[in-house]
Design a protein around this ligand. Structure first.
Ligand code: CA
Ligand code: CA
Length: 106
């Protein structure tokens, strides 16, 4: 498991539930997928289900130097190969706005 690349995106304002959080610069972390992992995309804390705690986990990881999801790819809700604010908004959309389920690449 290793980071393939890291780049900084433009400034983004994050909307978490009813709160608006200034996220500042967003790191977009690409990752390498290794075989043999079993996890649910979007379930960043690997509790077995996807809920607001996974959103908090992702935000903590991305913007507050919190612990990385294990594997990091578990936070990639939209399976585009990167972990960023779009995955957070994807989960929020899924949970509260009848958005599509996180992808599965198990
Ligand atoms: Ca979870
Ligand atoms: Ca993603």
């Amino acid at each position: 498991m290793g980071y393939l690349s890291q780049k900084v995106l433009s400034n983004i304002v994050c909307i978490i539930g009813q709160q608006v959080i200034e996220c500042g610069k967003v790191d977009s972390v690409a990752y390498a997928v290794e075989e043999g992992w079993h996890f649910k995309n979007g379930d960043a804390d690997r509790s077995g289900n996807i809920n607001i705690l996974d959103v908090a986990y992702d935000v903590n990881y991305l913007y507050r130097n919190g612990p990385a999801p294990d594997p990091v790819v578990a936070a990639d809700a939209d399976c585009n190969g990167k972990i960023n604010i779009l995955d957070v908004s994807y989960i929020i959309s899924y949970l509260y706005r009848n958005g599509p389920k996180p992808c599965e690449i198990e």
